[in-house]
Design a protein around this ligand. Sequence first.
Ligand code: HEC
Length: 144
Amino acid sequence: MAAYERSAGVSKFNSKFDVAQGQFMTAENSGYAIFQTNCASCHATTAMHGAPEPLFTSYGCTNIGVRSNPDVPSPDLGLGDSVGDTDQDGKFKIPILRNIAVTAPHAHNGRFRHLMTWSYLLTTAAVSLWMFRAMSVTRSATWG
Ligand code: HEC
């Protein structure tokens, strides 16, 4: 049982990004390049602070202007509320993007039900493809 749990099939770090970057499709490569340019300053693609693999976060807090969710009664002020400093209002933890394709809804208030909405909003379909296919664990481990 323990051996099975440690095996590649159930490892936390068995996305295509972890095991087969050399086998990225052209569109995935272009999504990765866009991600490096536009996203990695916050969602770091290198391992930090002792993590065994990149978790796609720099562990900071920042305000990216996510609007309130009409389905949520009162707005969440994020870090400002936690530390009692209005200068920090609207700042939220830069989230880990591991398995982002299966963790909807997105943002602190669940405003985005679909990853596609988010990534189209930010950049292009190539980034969506990269996040769906390369950053998330998949059951068909055809690359390794
Ligand atoms: C300046 C820092 C910064 C940059 C650059 C950035 N993000 Fe983020 N990202 C954040 C923060 C902060 C949140 C959390 C926002 C919230 O909860 O309201 C977030 C949330 C997300 C989420 C939602 C995660 C979840 O499930 O809640 C996705 C997906 C995401 N970012 C993808 C991207 C992509 C793709 C790019 C590049 C195109 C990008 N981000 C660029 C800071 C950043």
